[in-house]
Design a protein around this ligand. Sequence first.
Ligand SMILES: [Zn+2]
Length: 306
Amino acid sequence: MTRRLNWFLLALLLVVGLPFYWLMIDNRPGDAPVKPVSIAQLRQLASSVPGPAPSAVEMELVGWRRLPGSLFVAGSGIKRKLVGVMAWRLPVDGGKAVVIDSGLTRTDAEAMGMEVYYPQIQARIERALDEAGLVLVTHEHPDHQGALVARGGAPLLQAARLNPGQLPRAPLAATLPWPTGAAPTARLAPDGPQAVAPGVVVIPAPSHTPGSQMIYVRLSSGREFLFAGDIATFAQSWQQVRARSRLVGDHLAKEDRREVYSWLQTIAALSRQAPGLVILPGHDTEWIGDPEHRVPVRSGFTLGPV
Ligand SMILES: [Zn+2]
């Protein structure tokens, strides 16, 4: 009897435990190398465009849901984490603001199972998009680029600087709700860090998606930020070099895991080179809001009266 029970337990362990380990816990970065991007290079590019750099970083939180941590940070435990959807506005003294990411439409909020969604916040984000001088998105997923595409309109798509992976003809971006006839062209090169505005540098990083990029910002005060997008969904992602679970990254929302590891190691390397660099993860609203971390980000966009 005991022997049969032992065999049964062993079989159970193999049938349940192995797939669980593989899909939720496995986090072996392999030999993914650090990318040849240095903080000196980013600083040089940031100062290569004359004019006033942004003066602050503002954040809006348009909705959230809670999901087991291990889904987005492999091996971090099944305790649920708050997954916030955020957009960013960088005011520029005497000029038009830079907006990064575009929030979330109500349709996508429902499709993604958001527990909470604030339509009035989304309206503020869309107003900020309309008034922006430059719009960038970290990648072509609905909770980053979808609302920009849905809002459409020639002037907005003109203000948006997209990379080739974020255009309607790119396979993943093609699934976004482009207005008929929208034909934006790529205004960002597919590789190599590039300055796009005073103090703002785009770092192409195909990995989480083909159109993924990180954005380095050096404010007029000298304060430095790195918008990591969903390469680092949470602070833990880069601090412990943990990719998404295989369940998510290999199956539900396919990503190039080796490239993600490369970029996570690169973020960690940049942080070692510039300990003051503020790394903003894609969905870690709790880490950003934790007073202990003193993240120098303002809550809420400062938009003028309508
Ligand atoms: Zn994403």
